[in-house]
Ligand binder design. Sequence first.
Ligand SMILES: Cc1cc2nc3c(=O)[nH]c(=O)nc-3n(C[C@H](O)[C@H](O)[C@H](O)COP(=O)(O)O)c2cc1C
Length: 205
Amino acid sequence: MKHLSKEEFDDLQKFYRINLINSCTGYKSANLLGSISKEGVENVSVFSSITHLGSNPAMLGYILRPTTVPRDTFKNIKETGLFTVNHIVKDLISEAHHTSAKYPEEISEFDKTNLEQEYKDGCKAPFVKGSPVQLICKYQNEYNIKENGTILVVASIEDIYFNEELVSDSGFLQLDKGGVVTINGCDGYALPSLLDRFEYQRPKK
Ligand SMILES: Cc1cc2nc3c(=O)[nH]c(=O)nc-3n(C[C@H](O)[C@H](O)[C@H](O)COP(=O)(O)O)c2cc1C
């Protein structure tokens, strides 16, 4: 196997290094965060760091890149206290990816892509139409990660919407049935398929 020490990969060409470090930690979740500013400008942006933080209470978190440039989703979340999480499906990957382009805050990515917003149940933040799993989340807290200037944003899951074809009798959402993708690195999208599921494991006697 090829081996690179920290000294060696720190010296790599910038984009090679970015790709390598972004892909070496494994597959990541693929979500579009929907939010709205207090002036009513919608935002939708791709995020690959949404992660489960706990099921009771239901919480998730995501890592926000350093706020050295405007971060519209974060600003909107701080202004309104809420956002939606929308799983990305295979038919939407190129449109979803384009939401990472740096548009000024007064421009909605919904107007610059074929992604369509939808509103339901009085939630102020927009959802992404066609996403088979959608969440409404409420901002709870943020933690500065001083080692690299990123922020862990912590939120509670307030509402869950899912396409009923995805859910098993036990409550498991089988994401491949909905064509939900995963992110490989910072620009690769892959379509996983479920291999198997297992019982709760106990130590062998
Ligand atoms: C595949 C992919 C994953 C991304 N994941 C994150 C992430 O987890 N955290 C983050 O802060 N930015 C992430 N970004 C960058 C944001 O999508 C980008 O900064 C976007 O412009 C944010 O928009 P906003 O300023 O309107 O919130 C990602 C970009 C791509 C292409």
